[in-house]
Design a protein around this ligand. Structure first.
Ligand SMILES: [Fe+2]
Length: 317
């Protein structure tokens, strides 16, 4: 069996408002649309994913919280209704998904070998969280690619940001090793919003876009600073700034998916493609792609910057 590889990583945030705005048949509430710029950003991401033909999608969600250890979906098929506890008026979604259990078990095993506490989730009636479902629906509404779902142990909240993110780095490296050994062609999804200051009251019509804007100027400015570095491929600087970004913008990347994904990819210093940015109840959301394929077309270039830096991180393959 040939070694597996990570084809790409996507920053793929999960506001349930995006599913609500799209009105798919699986979601019970109906809307008049809304958040189009982010939903169209996901359309670009869907088109990119279509060209990648991965065997599996791995997603780390901040809203499947496990207090003890890192858990992995471990049932071949899961279905049911998932409700967002914060926005039950927007998200009541009938999900049905297939799990790549072999890869999930390999991830758990590699994590354990690296010193993490890991566990397989074997409950056949498990209700998958809205973060996992929203990210997967928005990136691949056909639901025809098996998934590996990974919980958030939330160590950055229980310990401190640096220690917690170090653990996510370990989880990322373990994930990469599991992908390599199982021969999968994998796409990673970091289900994270950027700045996370949000409104505390919902408009009478949730999709009234005249009420939608960044909650704080500082949060917006932080998002633009980080996205610009990502667009230029200056990922080392992104990771140097990450703890400060988390503290000052209340950024959801604190929950670890972003670090997990980049650790798994070997921290490639390549330009990300920004598919689009938008706010949801004031939080900053970007849909972005790090394409690791050989010969992948470079993202749109900024004429002020130099060449696309350093091809691909060999360790990610
Ligand atoms: Fe969230």
């Amino acid at each position: 069996m040939a070694d597996g590889e990570i084809i790409a990583g996507f920053l793929a945030p999960h506001p349930p408002h995006l599913v609500y705005g799209e009105n798919p048949p699986q979601n019970e509430p109906r809307s008049q649309g809304g958040w189009e710029q982010l939903r169209w950003a996901y359309e670009r991401a869907r088109a990119a994913l279509e060209t990648m033909k991965p065997d599996v999608l791995l997603v780390h969600s901040p809203h499947w919280i496990t207090s003890v250890g890192h858990h992995f979906l471990g049932v071949p098929h899961l279905s049911g209704k998932s409700v967002d506890p914060i926005f039950p008026n927007l998200f009541r979604y009938e999900f049905s998904l297939d799990v790549d259990v072999e890869l999930a078990e390999a991830c758990a095993e590699e994590g354990r070998r690296a010193g993490l506490l890991t566990k397989m989730m074997r409950n056949p009636n498990f209700r998958v969280d809205y973060g996992t479902i929203t990210t997967l629906h928005m990136i691949r509404p056909q639901w025809d690619i098996p998934v590996v779902g990974i919980s958030a142990n939330n160590t950055p909240y229980y310990l401190n940001t640096r220690e917690g993110l170090q653990e996510m780095d370990t989880l990322g490296r373990a994930t990469r090793e599991a992908i390599r050994k199982t021969g999968r062609r994998a796409v990673l999804l970091a289900s994270n919003t950027l700045s996370h200051w949000h409104f505390h009251e919902e408009p009478a019509i949730p999709e009234d876009m005249s009420k939608e804007h960044p909650q704080t100027m500082a949060g917006y400015q932080w998002d633009m600073r980080m996205i610009e570095l990502m667009r230029k491929g200056r990922m080392n600087e992104v990771f140097e700034l990450l703890p400060q970004f988390i503290d000052e913008a209340f950024a959801e990347v604190k929950s670890g998916a972003f670090t997990w994904m980049h650790a798994a990819m070997g921290y490639p210093q390549i330009r990300a493609e920004l598919c689009g940015y938008g706010t949801v109840i004031g939080t900053g959301n970007a849909v972005m792609i790090w394409d690791l394929r050989d010969g992948a077309p470079p993202p749109s270039r900024d004429p002020r910057t130099s060449e696309r830096p350093g091809a691909h991180a060999s360790s990610a393959h």
